[in-house]
Design a protein around this ligand. Structure first.
Ligand code: NAP
Length: 257
């Protein structure tokens, strides 16, 4: 990677043992950051660490289920113990346990979705602020979704939780700015990961059909790396005058004006 905008920075990326989070961690490391990765399962953390070690990145891994407050505390404590500071937080974890008509979404699913996708994101940000405010040029990125702008019919409750993250990013602009921290988001379209497997599985043909059905101008699904490069821009000094924004990374899917 010829662009190395993050040398000297320490980053923490949640849900980063696979998919978009893994690609974000990798990109930040390629740009020179020391990165703490995490997810719910130790096995997944171990596997991701093995992959990163092969590339000689300075990366530390730990278990963190974002909706468990003790896990969030341990994640931040271990980050400070290992690297002594925190410059960048990427809140990436989300779940979508319910599929179907929004009117059939049980209360238990609404609770779970909002607990992981929204409440945990807010509390992790709040808990990380005391560390981030100590560093010059620190910033936060929240991973939302195109579904936050235009709800997807079969994942309605998840879509609403992602709309809440667009609001959360805006609501936190001033409180973060008072502490010298920028906060932004990305809203990925349909990205080729396990999370969206049902939408692209079946080869290039399904991929193209899904993209055109979703109104994607570029006619293909996106990659995790294409999300990671937007995050790398947002946390770098190249985005020093950007805060409270969410960049849509969706190949031209309808989002907002
Ligand atoms: P993915 O490929 O399924 O990866 C999920 C990652 O999250 C894994 O590392 C998983 O590891 C971890 N994880 C799941 N629940 C967690 C929790 N409660 N706490 C901590 N880690 C957790 O998913 P993805 O597609 O990369 O999605 C990442 C983010 O992008 C999500 O916020 C999602 O809403 C958003 N997004 C995705 C798409 C898409 O099309 N893929 C589109 C728009 C937005 P463990 O199993 O070990 O926990």
């Amino acid at each position: 990677m010829s662009v190395r905008r993050l040398v000297g920075k320490v980053a923490c990326v949640t849900a980063s043992t696979d998919g978009i989070g893994f690609a974000i961690a990798r990109r930040l490391a390629q740009e020179g950051a020391r990165v703490v990765i995490s997810s719910r399962k130790q096995d997944n953390v171990n596997k991701a660490m093995e992959a990163f070690k092969k590339e000689n990145f300075d990366i530390y891994g730990t278990v963190c289920h974002v909706s468990k407050s003790e896990d969030r505390k341990r994640l931040l404590d271990e980050t400070i113990q290992k690297y002594g500071k925190l410059d960048i937080l990427v809140s990436n974890a989300a779940i979508s346990p319910s599929f179907g008509n929004i009117l059939d979404t049980p209360e238990s699913a609404w609770d779970k979705i909002f607990d992981v996708n929204v409440k945990a994101a807010f509390f992790l940000i709040k808990e990380a602020i005391p560390y981030l405010e100590k560093q010059k040029g620190s910033s936060i990125v929240v991973v939302s979704s195109i579904a936050g702008y235009t709800p997807m019919e079969l994942i309605g409750a998840y879509s609403v939780s992602k709309t809440a993250l667009l609001g959360l990013t805006k609501a936190l602009v001033n409180p973060c700015q008072e502490k010298g921290i920028r906060i932004n988001g990305i809203a990925p379209g349909i990205i080729k990961t396990k999370f969206s497997k049902a939408l692209w599985e079946g080869g290039e043909d399904t991929d193209t059909k899904t993209a055109s059905f979703a109104g994607c101008a570029m006619g293909r699904v996106g990659t995790s790396e294409e999300c990671a490069s937007a995050v790398a821009f947002l946390v770098s000094n190249d985005a020093s005058y950007v805060t409270g924004e969410t960049i849509v990374v969706a190949g031209g899917m309808p989002s907002h004006l």
